[in-house]
Ligand binder design. Structure first.
Ligand code: 9WN
Length: 446
């Protein structure tokens, strides 16, 4: 249990991380490893910023929105001029697709943005920035709606409620074992030469994806760039076509949050459309649950089968389900011996892959470590559904983990060692959100 003075130290250090990672135009996802703006990072970062600087929170989302493509797609990276990250802007070949003067990648990430917008709206309620936030929401609503419409119409064109991804990077959980079978099918041809930068920043390369994994990542980028990122062609041209259950659950939640914003703005028909998308995706996510494991599954469209690997994405229904039975059984599973109750954990926090699974690797990126941002996200959604006890226990354990003031990108589950980048912006952001007083507004529910 962290004391009040330890909590003050965490909050002060977290604000300092965000300030020093701020380039003045965007907040770097991490000081050295990720010197650009990432899409879902920016949303979580804005949630943390809103605890002490609401205008800066809006500016962060606005920087991302300015990179939105004409299609509605919000790219996963908006590049700053800083060197030192590979693949760099040129590798993506997106000139002419990204807005003039803005360098972006060509793929997307989970759509957490409307969740952030609603959270910022809640934090602004009754305060000096409320009018600014409402004006911002009103002025930019159509952009966020077109992002959701693109996801719905393009990434879910067949109407299943589940979103398609063409790259593990689109899931945000890059080398999770949930994608091993899909990646095994990716056989890189002649790759343009490349030199990784991540393994020069993270000295222990065992914490990062392997070179073989990187070759596959880059091959997919080449395949997608070769078809100009046109989704209709990408489904055929790209070796990796997966229905991402976690991104679909995020979409369901975000559609509900954008619907709440639409209602406040008096845009009832848009709200109804969004509520419909939310319901369809929430149901579709529940329908992927493997009865044998109780976990939700991705669908590998190339193989035509569900992928049942015990990863944290299997708890997607905890984010989005409307079924009390599903919620209860997922919570039981989470508390059980394969997850929070696993033997030897330094903190009772969800690992990215179940520690009792053969696929588990304690130090390797999305193959085992705990990710503070995901812990917060699962807890936040649980509290919104009334599960204050689960929220409080995850909050206490996460703050104990974060009391090292390293703001690690991810943590070794048994030793509590911070791994990957330190001073990671979204880790600092969720620390601030854990510690900020809950806004007193009815806008919080739902
Ligand atoms: C590739 C920035 C991003 C996160 C992702 C995380 C990692 C990038 C990388 O870092 O991915 O997009 O180079 O490894 O997996 O979730 O958004 O923090």
């Amino acid at each position: 249990m962290t004391t009040r003075s330890s909590q003050d130290r965490i909050a002060e250090a977290a604000r300092e991380v965000l300030r020093t990672n701020d380039t003045g135009t965007l907040i770097k996802a991490a000081p050295h490893l990720y010197p650009h703006q990432w899409s879902w990072d920016a949303a979580f970062i804005s949630i943390g910023l809103a605890t002490f600087d609401i205008p800066r929170a809006l500016a962060e989302l606005e920087h991302l929105r300015a990179a939105q493509w004409a299609s509605g797609m919000i790219p996963h990276i908006v590049f700053s001029p800083a060197p030192g990250y590979f693949p760099d802007a040129a590798r993506w070949r997106t000139a002419g697709l990204s807005p003039p003067g803005v360098a972006t990648s060509g793929i997307c990430q989970p759509a957490v943005h409307a969740i952030a917008l609603r959270r910022i709206r809640q934090r602004a309620a009754g305060g000096p920035h409320e009018a600014t936030v409402l004006e911002y929401l009103s002025r930019t609503f159509d952009s966020w709606l077109s992002w959701h419409r693109w996801l719905h119409d393009v990434r879910c064109a067949e109407g299943s409620g589940l979103l398609t991804i063409h790259h593990g990077w689109e899931s945000g959980m890059d080398n999770s074992p949930r994608f091993d079978v899909a990646y095994a099918r990716v056989e890189p041809g002649a790759l343009e030469p490349f030199a990784r930068t991540d393994t020069t920043v993270v000295a222990d390369s065992g914490q990062r994806p392997t070179d073989q994994e990187y070759a596959r990542y880059l091959w997919l980028v080449q395949q997608l760039a070769d078809v100009g990122y046109r989704d209709a062609e990408a489904d055929a041209a790209c070796d990796f076509v997966v229905k991402d259950v976690f991104a679909s659950a995020v979409f369901a939640v975000a559609c509900d949050d954008l619907a709440a914003i639409a209602e406040e703005l008096g845009r009832e028909p848009d709200a109804q459309t969004l509520r419909g998308w939310a319901l369809a995706s929430a149901k579709a996510v529940d329908a992927t649950i493997d009865p044998a494991t109780g976990l939700a599954c991705d669908v590998d469209l190339r193989a035509g089968s569900k992928v049942s690997v015990p990863c944290v994405s299997g708890f997607a229904p905890l984010l989005s389900t409307r079924d009390a039975g599903v919620r209860a059984s997922q919570e039981r599973l989470l508390a059980g011996p394969d997850w929070l109750g696993a033997t030897g954990l330094a903190f009772r926090l969800p690992c990215s892959t179940s520690p009792t699974s053969d696929a588990f690797r304690a130090r390797q990126y999305w193959r085992g470590p705990t990710w503070p941002v995901l812990t917060w996200f699962l807890a936040f959604q649980s509290r919104r559904k009334g599960r204050v006890d689960l929220f409080e226990s995850l909050r206490a354990a996460s703050l104990s983990q974060l009391a090292d003031l390293q703001f690690g990108e991810y943590y070794e589950p048994f030793t509590g060692e911070p791994l990957g980048s330190s001073r990671q912006s979204w880790t600092a952001a969720v620390a601030l959100e854990w510690l900020a007083p809950e806004p007193r507004t009815r806008l919080i529910t739902g």
